[in-house]
Design a protein. Structure first.
Length: 154
């Protein structure tokens, strides 16, 4: 008896949609029983009711999820399930979704916008997921903008 494994891709940065979805789809193709779920969490400030509709954020989230579906279908011939959630904090929402769906891998992206030497796990969502995930977490770090190499030289 085989069990279906599940991958959860948590999208935050529109610049990383293609990279993260491609990674998830390549892993899914390696194991035909894998399902890919794609999630974007809109964080609602505590000063607002949780049901508040933030139109710009909703539109941006829906665009990322639509792009994810397109990449999966056109490049890999796969269907992915997408969800747009609203929460106070993205980290706990991602983990709750992972638990509900029984995922065994969470894929997150990190886009380097800080100078070399600053802590990688500085973002609270990333730190929370890595520390509390009930499954494996795969972190895809985008190259520095402009391909700049900083640090020690030769």
């Amino acid at each position: 008896m085989t069990t279906t494994s599940r991958i959860l891709v948590a999208l935050k940065d529109p610049d990383q949609v293609e990279e993260l979805i491609s990674l998830a789809c390549m892993l899914a193709q390696a194991d035909k029983e894998r399902e890919v779920h794609v999630l974007h969490v809109i964080q609602i400030p505590r000063a607002l009711p949780l049901e508040t509709q933030l139109t710009l954020e909703t539109d941006a989230g829906e665009a990322m999820l639509a792009r994810a579906e397109t990449v999966a279908e056109e490049r890999f011939g796969l269907q992915v399930e997408t969800d747009l959630l609203q929460a106070r904090e993205a980290g706990p929402a991602i983990l709750e979704e992972a638990k509900e769906r029984g995922v065994d891998l969470i894929i997150l992206g990190y886009n380097r916008r800080r100078r070399f030497g600053e802590r990688l796990i500085r973002a609270t969502t990333l730190e929370y997921v890595v520390r509390h995930a009930p499954c494996q977490v795969l972190l895809s770090v985008s190259p520095a903008k402009g391909g700049e190499m900083r640090g020690r030289s030769g």
